[in-house]
Design a protein. Sequence first.
Length: 248
Amino acid sequence: MTNVGAAVSPGDVMETTMLGPMIGEHMPLWRDGEGVSYWRVHQPEIVRGCAGIGRIARTPVGERRFREAGMLHLHPTGRFGTLFLAARFSDPQGGVSGDAVELTRVDESTAKAAVSEDARSAFARWFGEMALAAAERGEVMVLETGGWQVPFAPYALTAVTRAPDGTWMSLLETSPVPFGVPVWSEQPQHGDNQTLAAPARRDTITVSGVLADLAVRSWDRHLLDLALTFGPGPSGPWRAEPSAPAPY
């Protein structure tokens, strides 16, 4: 991460903004009291390199629930902006590093129309990698409605937990039940939610992105209406079991 301070000019006014997921080159931002706005990110690779892996500063959205946040500097016209992604933790010298990306504001219809099938597939893969990073930090990750007031459903929650016998399990829980959706329709249902479970391995964790995308397609929500929430998991950090040595 670079030095955030290098991109800030004296007198610049910035405000905290809650980050939504970047889908393709677009992402939603929620400013306190201002609702949601949609932006094209000029350097999407920077966001993908630091978002969702525990590196970016966070803001609370409830008890022990957090969303990633940035500092938005709006240009005078309001059409352009600079988003500062400050590090979650200070460096050994007490400084705060981070990255800055340039934004162009677009209307909702433009942003949503730009979400192609390729962009969805790329986000599903990215979701899986973020789920793996969250498991290794001992956190759960939830894909749910964006904004400061969050309804109970819909949601897709990914977690790695330790069963009573010590076995690590990868879980993906969603509500509402995604009726008629491949894979999900083959699993038992529990009231208003449904859970897929498998022994925790890298592949069974990262596939959660594909499974979550299948669930989202059954919701009355666009991907750009959603956000990622993080919180402490029930069993602490997960580490893959070492492979057994091959016989000679």
